[in-house]
Design a protein around this ligand. Structure first.
Ligand SMILES: Nc1ncnc2c1ncn2[C@@H]1O[C@H](COP(=O)(O)OP(=O)(O)O)[C@@H](O)[C@H]1O
Ligand SMILES: Nc1ccn([C@@H]2O[C@H](COP(=O)(O)OP(=O)(O)O)[C@@H](O)[C@H]2O)c(=O)n1
Length: 378
C-alpha cells in the first residue's frame, strides 16, 4: 500500500516545474497528452494483464477529505485488499522525477484532473506487479473520462463501488487539518477541487448506481462508525465468494467467474458436469451400502463429489434402524476427498456465517480436522 507520507511534501511543493523554460514545458505537455493516446491498449486477458488471476476490483469514490484513504486502510487490514490510491501514485511520479512529474504537479496544484491515460497506466502497472487479486482503487474514477479510459486500457470492471458521501464543509475542515504538507491542501485549491468533484463525480456515481454496484456510505461520524457501514459490504462479498467457490451444492453451477481463481474456475467447469450424475451417484452409493462391491470402481471414478455423497449416505444408513451392512470408505475415495477438495473444505470451515444448507453443514458439524484424522462422520 502506498502511504500518504508527509515526506512527499517537500518534493511536491518544490519549484522544480518553474525552472523549466517555456519550450521545454510545451514539449513536455505535448508528450504528456499525446504519448498515451497513440498507445495500443493492452488486452485484459487472463495470463497477460493479470497473469491468469481474475481481479476483484473496488473503486473508492468521494470528495477530497471524505475519508477514502482512512477507510481503505481499514478495509486492507480486515479484508486483505491491496490499496492503490490514484493520488498517491501521481504524487509518487512527481517525487520520482519522471518525465511527466512536472505536469502532474501543475495539474494537482490547480486541483484539476490528470489525463486519464496517465493515471490508468500507473494503476494498471501496480495491478500487474501485484501478487494480490483484490484491489481497492482509491480516488478513481474521478470522471467519466477516467472510467472509460480504465475500461479501455484494462478491459476490467469494478465489482464494488464505494461512495463516501460527506458534506462540503466537513470535507474542507478535514483537508485543512490533514497536515500532510500536500501542495493542494490549502483553501484555494480545496475550493477548486470541490467544484471539479461536484461537476464530474455525479455521472460516475449514477453510472454505477444503475448497474447495481454502488454502495453509498454516510461519511459523517468517527472513522470506526463509518467502517461499520463499510464492513458488511465486504463481508457479504466475501461470503458470496466462498459460496461461489464451493465444491458442491445446489447453486454450484451459478458461479461468478470474476470472483474465482483459475483453479476454482476449473472446479466450477467440472462442477457443471455433475448434476446429471447426481442420481447415478446416489444410486451407486446406496447399492454400495447394500454390498455391491463392483460399485467401488464407480465411486473412485467420480472422485470427491461422489465421495461426499458416500460419506453422507453411509452416515445416514449407519444411523438408520435398517442396519444395512456398511462398508468402510475405500482409501481411493478418502484420498481424493483429502487432496482434491481440501482447500475448499478448509475455506468453508472458516466461513464466519453459518450456512443453513445441508451440504456445508456437514462440514461445519464434522470439520476438516475430523475428516483428516479419520474420526469424522464414518
Ligand atoms: N470520520 C472521520 N472523522 C474525522 N476526521 C477524519 C475522518 N476520516 C478521516 N479523517 C481525517 O480527515 C483527513 C482526510 O482523510 P483522508 O482519509 O485522507 O481523506 P481522502 O482520502 O478522502 O482525501 C485526514 O486527516 C483523516 O485523518
Ligand atoms: N483519478 C485521479 C485522482 C487524483 N487526481 C489528482 O490528484 C489530486 C489528489 O487526489 P487524492 O485522491 O490524493 O486526494 P483527495 O481528493 O482524496 O484529497 C486530485 O485533486 C487530482 O488533481 C487525478 O487527477 N485523478
Amino acid at each position: 500500500m502506498w502511504k500518504r507520507v508527509a515526506s512527499f511534501s517537500s518534493l511536491i511543493s518544490s519549484k522544480r516545474s518553474s525552472t523549466l523554460n517555456q519550450s521545454m514545458q510545451a514539449a513536455y505537455a505535448f508528450k504528456f497528452f499525446e504519448s498515451f493516446t497513440t498507445e495500443t491498449p493492452t488486452q485484459g486477458k487472463d495470463g497477460m494483464f493479470f497473469k491468469g488471476k481474475t481481479p476483484f476490483i473496488t473503486f473508492v469514490l468521494g470528495g477530497p477529505g471524505s475519508g477514502k484513504g482512512t477507510q481503505c486502510e481499514k478495509i486492507v487490514e480486515n479484508f486483505g485488499f491491496t490499496h492503490l490510491s490514484a493520488g498517491d501514485l501521481l504524487r509518487r511520479e512527481i517525487i520520482s522525477n519522471t518525465e511527466y512529474g512536472a505536469n502532474i504537479l501543475d495539474t494537482i496544484k490547480e486541483g484539476k484532473i490528470v489525463p486519464s491515460e496517465v493515471t490508468v497506466k500507473l494503476i494498471r502497472k501496480e495491478m500487474e506487479s501485484s501478487d494480490n487479486y483484490k484491489f481497492l482503487i482509491d480516488g478513481f474514477p474521478r470522471s467519466e473520462e477516467n472510467r472509460i479510459a480504465f475500461e479501455r486500457f484494462t478491459e476490467a470492471d469494478p465489482d464494488i463501488v464505494l461512495f463516501f458521501d460527506c458534506p462540503e464543509e466537513e470535507m474542507v475542515k478535514r483537508v485543512l487539518n490533514r497536515n500532510q504538507g500536500r501542495v493542494d491542501d490549502n483553501i484555494d485549491t480545496i475550493r477548486k477541487r470541490l467544484k471539479i468533484f461536484e461537476s464530474l463525480n455525479l455521472p460516475v456515481v449514477n453510472y454505477y448506481s444503475k448497474r447495481g454496484k454502488l454502495y453509498t456510505i454516510n461519511a459523517v461520524g468517527t472513522a470506526d462508525e463509518i467502517f461499520e457501514q463499510v464492513r458488511p459490504v465486504f463481508a457479504a462479498h466475501e461470503v458470496d465468494e466462498m459460496r461461489s467457490s464451493r465444491p458442491f451444492g445446489p447453486d454450484a453451477v451459478h458461479f461468478r467467474p470474476f470472483t474465482l481463481s483459475p483453479r476454482q474456475v476449473h472446479f466450477s467447469r467440472r462442477r457443471s458436469l455433475f448434476p446429471p450424475f447426481d442420481a447415478l451417484c446416489l444410486a451407486a452409493v446406496t447399492r454400495q451400502a447394500l454390498g455391491r462391491r463392483w460399485l467401488d470402481l464407480v465411486l473412485s471414478l467420480f472422485r470427491w463429489r461422489i465421495s461426499v455423497c458416500y460419506l453422507v449416505f453411509t452416515k445416514m444408513l449407519s444411523m438408520s434402524k435398517l442396519r444395512y451392512r456398511i462398508k468402510p470408505v475405500p482409501p481411493s475415495v478418502l484420498f481424493t476427498l483429502l487432496t482434491d477438495s481440501g482447500n475448499n473444505i478448509d475455506r468453508m470451515s472458516r466461513c464466519p456465517i453459518q450456512d443453513n444448507r445441508s451440504d456445508s453443514s456437514i462440514f461445519f458439524e464434522y470439520g476438516w480436522n475430523n475428516l483428516g484424522s479419520g474420526s469424522g462422520p464414518i
